[in-house]
Design a protein. Structure first.
Lengths: 395, 622
């Protein structure tokens, strides 16, 4: 057994010697285990009673159930994972889309950790050079002002590149928001339901009338998309409808992309309200009622009934998704905690007075502390607690 | 034969021992100082200088508290230099090269003149102990000296072994016996000893150097004394600089097997910041040359210290290396370089009062506690001496925070962190470096010196006036407005090369520009009346402003934590996030405030923050 990783068939018995199950035991001797400690995995038959009895027997023998995230916490404590990797274990087990899983996998494998450590190393070297010029100036180590400023620029570039992935990270984690807007009776809900039926739904539509917002979560091109159906953009005196319109405009303003529906048999264009910068996918709906071309330039004819225009819509949505989740070129998108720390480091480096070496050292030291926070190396206990308390699963 | 009891026995009369004994005696204690040889009081066995960057900060602080080292260096000094003078006040490092013999003579005279202080020649071979801890020492001639507190400042003498090339022999310093039995006694008391190593370069004969091949290096134009007790100091000598030629690499590499450092004879850990020349050649082969400073060791001696060529290579190799250096081809050796290995007491075993936690009555200071350098030793010795007196009076020990002074950083680092090499002070060790410059040492610590009875009150008032003047000028700089009218613009351009574009205060302008302070002094209200140094302090600190404010906020936060009380019923074991070690320390020691909790070993800033959060939320943990 001590060579490890050799499965054995074992008989499990409880404290009174009564057999529970024939099980396969797989030992992972330290340090070649997930936590870096001696671990043993038991594979029992899938009966809930057998699982329960096995756990009871283990507890009777002095064991206890792991606390949420405990195995990962131990892996961090034993140096098997760093904090950045450990965070992604949580995301990996909670991943709902291909993009989320890919991003979490890359982070667990350490590619984000490597970028952060590279930054940490660069800042540490920079600080070491500065400190040497302050503490050993009599040993002819002058303050290399130009070199220091150039190195600061390199660190800043790296930080900016990492920060640029934050938006993509948020899109992958929280989803790309697409709102369907248009006048009442323009076929918004029909399109919404068609899309929900057509794409893989992560979360089915929430209950609610169209006066409110109806949302569904879909996976399009491997990315989570939050699709929103909204109230018709009509002038109305009904306070409930007015509230619905207000929300519709709000959803359009906050969405990453807007699908505008305008019935093929109507003239003019709808007033979508304040929509700035987001891509607008414009569709002449109910095209089966009004056969002919796409209508005015920039509009595409769409019919949920005949399927006309649906492929264009699908391509347009994929286009939106890939534009929002930019190609990171092998980078892993950072999460909110990372963004906060990196913003801190960036501000320190940008604001620092690099004409004066002791002030440059001050700025680099503070920036380095921010980066070290990423790895939980500052105020370790607090950060570890914060990170690990968000774990809701056993590993 | 048993002496009448002393308040304090100090074992060793080096830099730590002298400060400990002098401070305690001046505070009114009855002190015995035991030294192997009266002639070696306050000896400088290595470099002939006091101060430097970080070390000079310690000397300035010690002086503000009433210590002697800076004062003695002023009197024995033969060349004064402010290191980092071109930079801001936080990193100025005063350094005085000293006449070694004179330094010893001055310090010995002070000790002899102090009432209540007795110098005893002899070797301490054992400690007197009872159930309550250490209660004095036993000398080799059988004498017993009883004291409430015993301070060990034995330097490199505990189990000392000197290495020079193939030769190793017991010794504490060149020509002096080591102390053999004492180490075993300490281990018997349960103290953990570790082995450290240090080294010293050869000494050459001044008249044998070819001065015309060396570059002369003088002191500062306006030499600055360390001490508030000193009015004026003078440069008396020049030093010399040369560089090692590339061919010494071959000489050293061919003989590395004869170096005790590389042959495995020396097991102790040496300081990385003070490498021997053989270390430098091996670790930095890309450096073709190494600078060598030739520093005369006094006015009445021919001895020259070869700074940069510390070595324990065999004598013949040392000679070959030195003779290869330009200007040293005919150099006569007065003494060869050597390395010394010695036992030190792992400093995690003492509290911040420098008393062994498990051995009451026994305090340690200086190299025996794992430091390196005369300045670190003196600072620790002073604190140990002061605290011994205070303990005797039933008063709280003086414990200086790391945000208050380098002396606080020194004690904190030694007691709370692990050390793999002799500890030397650097400014980079201080988180609040910008606040801890020598410019503010007196403002930070002199009042404490007065309270201890070691600084005369009228001197405090003189200094107080000086920093008040600086403050006044600073306010004036903030308040004076400069408008970019034609006349002002022209004046500024001519006087200081400043282009004024938008209205600004003088302070605002000086924060953004590098300006020769002396050129503008006349134009600025009050600035012209300050001394040159005070001018540069006022203007230099302007530039630090934003960071200083941030440091002060952080310090305030830490200090507030210190006033948080911990109730007797508080149960640390239910506080999430505390390591088991911390919980155990809290349970065992039952600190009454966070300030006390902070002094426990293993206590991290994070643990204090967690505790503070918990205590601030009320009695949950009770």
């Amino acid at each position: 057994m001590d060579r490890g990783w050799r499965a054995a068939l074992v008989e499990l018995r409880d404290a009174d010697g009564i057999p529970i199950d024939q099980a396969v035991a797989l030992p992972y001797p330290a340090p070649r285990s997930y936590t870096g400690e001696d671990m043993l995995e038991l594979m029992v038959h899938g009966s809930p009673w057998i699982v329960g009895a096995t756990i009871d027997a283990l507890i009777a023998a002095g064991g206890r159930q792991a606390e949420p995230g405990e195995f990962t916490r131990r892996a961090v404590a034993n140096g098997k994972l760093d904090l950045v990797q450990a965070e992604a274990v949580n995301e990996l087990t909670a991943a709902e889309t291909a993009a989320q899983a890919r991003m979490a996998q890359a982070q667990v494998s350490g590619s984000l950790s490597r970028e952060f450590s590279g930054l940490k190393r660069a800042l540490t070297d920079l600080l070491a050079g500065l400190e040497a010029s302050l503490d050993f100036s009599h040993h002819e180590i002058p303050y290399d002002r130009r070199g220091t400023i150039a190195e600061r620029e390199r660190c800043l570039e790296q930080i900016r590149a990492l920060l640029a992935t934050a938006t993509a990270g948020r899109r992958v984690r929280e989803g790309v928001r697409v709102a369907i807007v248009g006048p009442a009776n323009s076929g918004k809900s029909t399109l919404f339901n068609t899309l929900v039926g057509r794409e893989r739904a992560i979360v089915s539509p929430h209950a609610g009338t169209t006066r409110d917002l109806v949302e569904a979560e879909l996976e399009i091109a491997g990315v989570r998309v939050v699709l929103q159906d909204t109230a018709g953009l009509e002038t109305s005196s009904d306070p409930v409808e007015l509230e619905g319109i207000r929300r519709a405009r709000g959803a359009a303003a906050e969405a990453d992309a807007v699908i505008v529906m305008w019935p093929a048999d109507r003239d003019g264009e709808p007033d979508v309200g304040e929509v700035e910068g987001q891509p607008m996918l414009r569709f002449r709906s109910k095209a089966d009622l009004e056969p002919g071309g796409d209508g005015p330039a920039g509009w595409v004819a769409l019919s949920c009934r005949t399927g006309r225009g649906m492929d264009e819509l699908g391509r347009a949505l994929e286009g939106v998704v890939s534009a929002e989740v930019v190609d990171l070129g092998g980078h892993v998108a950072i999460a909110e905690r990372h963004r906060y720390a990196l913003e801190g480091a960036k501000t320190e480096l940008e604001m620092g007075d690099f004409e004066v070496p002791e002030l440059a050292a001050e700025a680099v030291r503070t920036a380095l502390e921010s980066v070290r926070e990423l790895f939980g190396e500052v105020a370790t206990e607090e950060i570890l607690d914060r990170v690990f308390s968000s774990f809701c699963i056993g590993k | 034969m048993v002496s009448n009891g002393y308040d304090l026995v100090v074992v060793g009369a080096g830099h730590a021992g002298c400060e400990a004994a002098a401070a305690a005696a001046r505070m009114g204690a009855a002190v015995a100082v035991v030294t192997l040889d009266r002639r070696t009081i306050a000896q400088m066995p290595c470099n002939p200088a006091i101060g430097g960057i970080g070390k000079g900060h310690l000397v300035a602080e010690l002086d503000a508290l009433g210590g002697l080292q800076g004062w003695a260096a002023d009197r024995a000094g033969i060349q004064f230099k402010m290191l980092n003078a071109s930079r801001g006040p936080a990193v100025w490092g005063p350094r005085a090269q000293c006449d070694k013999a004179r330094y010893t003579e001055i310090m010995a005279r002070v000790l002899r003149g102090l009432r209540g202080l007795e110098i005893i020649e002899g070797e301490v071979v054992g400690l007197l102990t009872d159930d309550a801890g250490v209660m004095g020492v036993r000398l080799n001639d059988g004498r017993l000296l009883r004291a409430r507190t015993t301070i060990l400042t034995t330097g490199t003498f505990l189990g000392g072994v000197l290495h020079s090339g193939d030769e190793s022999r017991p010794g504490g310093r060149h020509g002096e016996r080591p102390s053999i039995g004492l180490g075993a006694e300490l281990e018997g008391l349960g103290l953990e000893l570790r082995r450290f190593k240090t080294g010293t370069p050869p000494r050459l004969k001044m008249s044998s150097l070819d001065v015309d091949q060396l570059e002369a290096q003088g002191g500062d134009e306006t030499p600055r004394p360390f001490s508030w007790r000193t009015r004026k100091v003078t440069n008396r000598i020049e030093c010399w600089v040369t560089r090692t030629p590339e061919r010494i690499q071959g000489i050293i590499k061919d003989n590395l097997h004869r170096s005790p450092l590389f042959s495995g004879v020396i097991e102790g850990v040496g300081p990385r910041y003070c490498p021997s020349i053989e270390d430098k050649i091996v670790r930095f082969p890309q450096h073709r040359e190494h600078t060598v400073f030739l520093e005369p060791e006094g006015l009445a001696t021919e001895s020259v210290y070869v700074n940069g060529l510390s070595t324990s290579l065999p004598a013949d190799v040392q000679e070959a290396v030195v003779h290869a250096v330009p200007g040293l081809s005919r150099a006569v050796f007065l003494r060869h370089g050597y390395a010394v290995e010695y036992d030190m007491v792992a400093p995690g075993q003492v509290g911040k009062d420098l008393v062994c936690r498990e051995v009451p009555g026994l305090a340690l200071a200086g190299q025996v506690l794992g430091t390196s350098g005369y300045e670190e030793a003196a600072a620790l010795g002073f604190l140990a001496g002061v605290n011994a007196v205070r303990a005797g009076r039933g008063e709280d020990p003086v414990i200086i925070g790391r945000e208050e002074a380098y002396m606080g950083v020194l004690v904190d680092d030694l007691v709370l962190r692990e050390h793999v090499e002799p500890y030397r002070m650097f400014t980079s060790r201080a988180e609040h470096r910008l606040l801890l410059g020598i410019d503010s040492a007196r403002e930070r610590l002199m009042a404490q010196g007065v309270r201890l009875g070691l600084v005369r009150e009228e001197m405090f008032h003189v200094e107080h006036g000086r920093w008040e003047d600086r403050r006044r000028v600073r306010s004036a700089l903030e308040e004076t407005r400069l408008n970019p009218d034609r006349k002002t613009k022209e004046t500024l351009r001519e006087m200081a090369g400043i282009e004024l574009k938008t209205p600004s205060s003088w302070a605002g302008l000086l924060r953004r520009q590098d300006v020769d302070v002396d050129r503008i002094a006349a134009a600025i209200p009050g600035l012209g009346e300050l001394s040159g140094e005070d001018r540069r302090i006022v203007v230099g600190l302007l530039r630090y402003d934003g960071y200083l404010a941030r440091h002060r906020r952080e310090i305030d936060r830490v200090r507030r934590l210190r006033h948080v009380e911990i109730s007797r019923s508080f149960d640390p074991s239910v506080v999430p996030g505390l390591s088991r070690e911390v919980v155990e320390q809290l349970q065992r020691n039952r600190p009454a405030t966070l300030a006390e909790a902070e002094r426990l070993p293993g206590m991290t800033p994070a643990a204090i923050a967690i505790l503070a959060g918990r205590l601030a939320r009320g009695t949950e943990g009770a």
